[in-house]
Design a protein. Structure first.
Length: 191
């Protein structure tokens, strides 16, 4: 199910560390945190990078975001779904697909996919806000530019959250198992 180099930490074909990362990210969204510093984009890029084409690679992050969205919205305005989030979900699918493509192309492509994650989300989600806007942003190029400009303060938090959490996730998934293997190898050498 998983290639060994794409899933460095797993058990019988199931990615334990990526799964733990996805669950931790979903739990983080429900806790108080700085505005827009959330690891949702990181969850999707890591899923694409390390969980591959498996059903878990798509279902788990979407289940995590849909459940956490419902809980956040229930607490915020008493609803469980906001239709304007469909553009966000499309952006998340694009991010996971980007991670999937980058996974087999080496470390530079994996890092580039992490760097591009918040930018892709910013472009897609704010385009959705502009499309759904009935009065705030006119459906003109000027209105679209105004929408993107108004979203810049939120973009900063998205950059921080996605880069911080995706970087930590990549370190945990790729770096820590290799570090442990090196320590084990050195211990075997001196035994």
């Amino acid at each position: 199910m998983f290639e060994q180099d794409r899933n460095p930490v797993g058990f019988k074909g199931f990615a334990l560390l990526p799964l733990f990362s996805i669950l931790a990210i979903a739990a983080y969204r429900l806790a108080p945190h700085p505005w827009n510093v959330a690891p949702v984009g990181a969850m999707f890029v890591l899923s694409g990078l390390y969980m591959g084409r498996s059903w878990q690679g798509w279902v788990l992050p979407f289940a995590a975001v849909l459940v956490s969205d419902a809980l956040v919205y229930l607490r915020w305005d008493g609803t469980v779904f906001h239709p304007e989030r469909l553009f966000d979900y499309a952006g998340f699918a694009m991010i996971a697909a980007m991670g999937l493509v980058a996974a087999s192309r080496g470390w530079k492509a994996r890092v580039a996919s992490v760097v591009a994650t918040p930018v892709l989300f910013y472009l897609v989600s704010n385009f959705g806000i502009w499309v759904a806007s009935t009065s705030t942003y006119p459906h003109t190029l000027s209105g679209l530019a105004d929408c993107y400009i108004a979203a810049l303060p939120f973009f900063r938090g998205t950059l921080i959250g996605d880069w911080l959490f995706a970087g930590a996730g990549m370190l945990a998934i790729e770096g820590l198992p290799r570090l442990g293997a090196r320590r084990l190898s050195a211990a075997d050498h001196f035994a």
